[in-house]
Design a binder for this molecule. Structure first.
Ligand SMILES: C[S@@+](CC[C@H](N)C(=O)[O-])C[C@H]1O[C@@H](n2cnc3c(N)ncnc32)[C@H](O)[C@@H]1O
Length: 433
């Protein structure tokens, strides 16, 4: 029998369910079976078996959810995780993690770190205490901590910069979304310049414009994009998409008016700092043809050889709402670009690409989530809701993609995927219809 503490006035409010349900584990009956599964999967786990590791992780998450009471889950969501995000973001801003790891694994006292970092010592003690309580650093004595692999990773900009970028450049929009929807009769936002983001930031700018106009958010976001893609199966690997057979072999090397010299193999539209083209160069170093990176001026200014980008990659300022200057390339590529925009804007962007494509020759490669009808991956569903708040946009199902692409005069040749990970981005290969 679970006893409740009642509500503030001592009387549990009568509702559809009794309050005692919130104090019992969510699903105790599943616990023994899950433990057995975890034990069996864990015993068979090899260091490089990524698929089994993910299965085990999902079971471990199931176990936590089954054991937790709804009240504990509620406190975790409402207090622990938001305040942990805040603490981690402050840690990145003040360089805490660099100072924790610069002498290796040695433990450090919060008071000493606070003096070095110029932060009020009791304040740092409280921040570190919560990060340790959440398991993100190891407490070895009172106010003394050792870094974990996670703590160490926060010193890498593509991992650490996501925290301040999300806290400053995204969360206010997520927080504004419930009221925005209530004020708009719970209709799906579909205008990138008049949605929860503009309400939250009191700005006419869209998400990308705001980030780039409010540095270091833009730079941190570009780093965050670099982190998002790490460790995920990549379309340019042989077991995902046959680059040689479907792209390189068909490259037309005959000079044309549009490409009088070296033909263009791949144009990465909205390619950010060029992570994808750099990876393509590493994985296909002998591929012929030009590689062109296109993005807005503020992003192109942050990349190029001086920022470590392979000199073989050409950079070009280009606004994808305008005419595509590279005509008749072998392939145009967009990664995590169309999910940023509502259907109508995507239609315009796709129209610009289609107008530049050569019939029967040019391919459009779209690297995006294709959300399945059931069993969607939590990373994709999370991103879908981020898109809703930040850009009045969405992640799309296969039906959504086909409709969008067909309406833009394109034909889907094949949707390529990897069976290595659930919910991984697909590669949608298209040509002119
Ligand atoms: C979600 S990021 C994806 C970046 C990159 N493709 C990747 O996957 O890492 C979207 C990119 O679109 C770019 N972008 C936004 N508006 C643009 C525009 N009008 N023209 C060209 N690029 C734009 C942004 O600057 C950003 O680099």
């Amino acid at each position: 029998m679970v006893t409740t503490n009642g509500t503030a006035n001592g009387n549990p409010r009568k509702g559809l369910v009794d309050v005692s349900i919130a104090l019992r584990p969510n699903d105790l009956e599943r616990v023994p079976g899950l433990i057995q599964d975890i034990s069996a999967t864990g015993d068979a786990l090899k260091p490089d078996d990524g698929a089994r590791r993910l299965q085990l992780l999902e079971k471990a998450r199931d176990l936590v959810r089954a054991l937790e009471t709804p009240r504990e889950t509620m406190i975790k969501h409402c207090w622990a995780e938001p305040s942990c995000l805040m603490a981690l973001s402050i840690g990145v801003n003040i360089g805490l993690f660099h100072h924790m790891v610069k002498d290796g694994d040695r433990s450090k006292k919060a008071g000493d770190l606070a003096k070095t970092l110029g932060i009020h010592p009791p304040l740092l003690c409280r921040l570190m205490r919560h990060m340790a309580a959440m398991g993100y650093m190891t407490e070895v004595a009172a106010d003394e901590y050792k870094p974990t692999n996670f703590t160490k990773s926060l010193t890498i900009p593509i991992i650490g910069d996501g925290y301040p970028c999300i806290v400053n450049g995204c969360l206010p929009a997520l927080i504004a979304t419930p009221n925005w929807l209530a004020d708009h009769d719970y209709q799906t936002p579909n205008d990138v310049s008049h949605g929860p983001y503009q309400a939250a930031y009191n700005t006419p700018l869209n998400f990308f414009e705001w980030l780039q106009a409010n540095q270091p958010n833009g730079t941190q976001f570009n780093h965050h994009m670099g982190g998002y893609r790490q460790g995920r199966p990549s379309w340019m690997d042989a077991d995902f998409y046959p680059v040689q057979a479907r792209l390189i072999q068909g490259l037309d090397t005959a000079p044309t008016t549009a490409t009088p010299h070296n033909p263009v193999l791949l144009v990465d539209i909205g390619g950010g700092l060029g992570h994808d083209l750099a990876e393509f160069r590493r994985k296909h170093p002998r591929a012929p043809g030009r590689l062109v990176l296109q993005d807005v001026p503020a992003v192109i200014a942050q990349t190029g050889p001086s920022a470590g980008l392979d000199a073989a990659i050409e950079t070009m300022v280009y606004d994808f709402h305008t005419e595509q200057p590279i005509v008749g390339a072998r392939a145009y590529y967009m990664h995590s670009v169309l999910h940023d925009w509502p259907d109508e804007v995507c239609g315009n962007i796709l129209g610009r690409v289609a107008a530049a494509m050569r019939p029967g020759y040019s391919r459009l490669l779209i690297n995006e989530n294709v959300i399945p009808g059931t069993g969607a991956d939590w990373q994709a569903t999370a991103l879908d809701l981020m898109m809703l708040s930040l850009l009045s946009s969405r992640e799309r199902t296969e039906t959504d993609w086909r409709r969008l692409l067909e309406d833009a005069g394109l034909r889907v040749l094949k949707i390529w995927g990897s069976d290595k990970q659930n919910g991984v981005e697909s590669l949608i290969e298209c040509e002119l219809a």
